[in-house]
Design a protein. Sequence first.
Lengths: 460, 465
Amino acid sequence: MKLNSYIDLIQLLDNYKTTADENRAFALRDELQSQKPKTMLKAWIKEYRQKLPSLHSEIFCKHLYSISLMLGILAFLLGVGTSMGLLSYNGSQPVNLIYILSIAVFIPLLSIILTVVSMYRAKNPYNILVHISPAYWLEKLYTKIFVNVNPYKSVAKIDPKLFNWIIIKRAQLLSLLFSVGLLLGFMAIVATRDIAFAWSTTLDISPEQFHYFLQLLASPWADIAPTAVPSVEIVQGSQYFRLGDRLDSSMVSKVHELGSWWRFLALSIFFYAVLLRLIMLLISSAMSTRVLVSSMLGTAEVSEILSQMSTPTLSTIASSSEVDFVQDERHYSRVRELGSRYDATLGWALDAKHILLLNDRWKIESDMSIGIGGINSIADDERIVADLSGDILLYVKAWEPPTMDIVDMIDDISRQSSKLALLPIGTPSDEYRPKASELNIWSRKLAQYDNKKVWLCQVR
Amino acid sequence: MSGEIDYPQFAVVGHPNKGKSSIVASLADDNSVQISDTPGTTSSSRSFPLVVDGVTIYELFDTPGFQRARRVLAYLQAHDVAAHQRHEVVSSFIQKYADDPKYNDEIELLTPIMQGAGIIYVVDASKPYGAEYEAEMEILRWSGQPSMALINHIGDEDYTAEWRRALEQYFRIVRTYDPMRVDQAQKIDLLEAMAQLKQEWSRPLKQAINLFESINATKLRKSAKNIAQLLQTSLSFIDKTKISADKADDKEQEKAIDSYQDKIRKLEAGSQKSIEQIYNHVGIQKSQEQLLLDGIDLFSKESISIFGLSKDEILITGVTGGAIAGAGIDLLFAGHTLLVGGAIGAVAGGVSAYLGFDKISDTKILGQKLGDRYIVLGPMKNINFPYILLGRAIYHLCIISRQSHANRKPIEIRMDESFKQKWLDKDMRKSLEKIHKRFRSGKEIDIKELEQYTVLVLECIRKVI
């Protein structure tokens, strides 16, 4: 994952919305659904960036490359120039290697220590150590100027923690180029001119102490190039005092020894300015990639996309839309109170025993009590109906909605009878009294057919 | 009449008004299915396929109720055929009466059955058994399709025993199922029963069960994440209300508290809406006690900002500005100053920004002070508040996750005091409190910390769901 993928992602999240179905279909198509999140996201960005009319990442990375190249060349030349400055030697005085060590070893070491501290604090968006870097301000300025220009709208949304790491990495790169320039400049000058090195300081340091210090400095690479570490004698012979403004004749006779310091200095510059800086660059590269990936994977939108890619799309909705049910609110108008005498009492899906019980309950007298519907066949019922005449009472179960079977039967009975009284009954636990809601259902159903011979009865 | 369909199909059939559509709605998690206590609401068969990644796993049919069962049975029984030929008679009935409106409902419910659908026959055992059902059960037996019966309870009475005695004579499997109160475990039980109807159906239905279980786990995780985010946002939430003087008066304090409370409630409402969306209960009607912050000490202080920057932000700007100025001097001396210029500039910039902040804020231009005054409420310091909010969120999740899509009544969310004991013990409180402290600190929360908190919230949820 690179910075351009990150910018592509920001641009996609702002401008191109994919649905859950699209994301899942894409994952299935490319068999990504069980891959690692990083792989899934990379593939997703690659797939959908093609849909964008123009890529901010390409424009931005081109600009960034140009700036980096320019700064890099500048840093390199500055390094070369610095080494030329450090090694400026006119033959009358030796070059003070303490000065070279300060610029080429101690300052890089100090800045590396500061870099380590800033790396440790990089997760804090307000990181002074990062904000001090000129690279930070240059890039901030650049972004501010071009904030309404397309690529920089996306760049402005980069996670501040990632931004810190980009600055740290950029600073290491520039420092490395400076150090390489410094080393190459040093080597070029040492190869093309004779330089006499000496050490000069106001501090009260004996040659033996200075030698010990040099051994400490050389300890990382002393085993590889032991001859590069100057001996005590060379150290003794290299101490220089500026009083008199002339070279000591003994130093002039040992000019070869004074020149031999170049190996020590070259290896010190290589180790402390170049190699350590290279390690810092690699660490900052690795960390910025890590933070880049975690920034990309850490946003809520990306989590949602990855979840959609890994989760099967499930649909249980109807394949066709339902016909809207419009309730007929008409109620049956022919309602009367239950009588006490009928020519026949019938029970829909009720046996004769039950009907007699109901007759007794409602104090009904009738000449005939018989069950219809239920397990009776159509033919059985036709025979019963054929014998009917006069006023008929039909008990129906109020809790059972009127089906067309009952409606047909009501029709048939009403043709045979002079009057048909319909009585919906409740359950035994309700003392056979129907619920109001159940009665409403029956009333609305009867209103649809409006048979003048049929009366809906209410219990006393 | 068997089609070339290679996934299980089930027709939910029965007498009108016995809960067929409610059962389909609860199994399909679809609250768009029309449910009414008026018979005849369903007038045609509708299919509800379970489609996973574009592949149909099984299909449910919601059908109209039997209207003229005895006449259909009379037609079938008029054909004196052996048992193995009965299904052909049913098919011939469909062919003969396909365009007859008198038998529209029977055609609608028998067609998917004769195309290979298994039968799920629904009855209401809150009412007494009636012999009129036997015509329907006999018709279904003639179809020859594997069948099961579901005993629903719409009312309060219970006649299950007499229903079972009758149903077990006609159906291979008889189960009780209340679509209004069914939970995920009961749905899975039903699917397992359906899988037993035919051997070939076992695998796809097991796949569906695994899928539902995995989706249910995903829903819980998403809900836990949502709740964790709510807690993090609420506890770290800071509300600024502008005030006129250096100190807020009573009215301004009250206004600030109302504003803070209102925003916290909005955060809670937003989180609840997201969870309702996760469970496909969009637009659900509910009644719930409002979140009260009365008696909770809301940490407040007055603060000043200049051009929208706080004192800390001005300090950083001062330091870096000073460092740049000092670094310019270093450059001038080609680095011989060893960046001391930059260091001095940073310190000078920081100190002047810090000391000058109050003075600058008091400076007036055209009668207006440069600095704005605010009363700041939050982050929430009350230790019990997160547990109140978390308890409400978990309780809401419990209700929503258990809410059947067949149940269209408004829900009441009333948590009792004992609920907290079900999910919060001493150890859990300790673990949660560590992270609540981080939320309250106002510092940026690492994504890993939020994930850790989500895991804890999920643990609490699993204790009650």
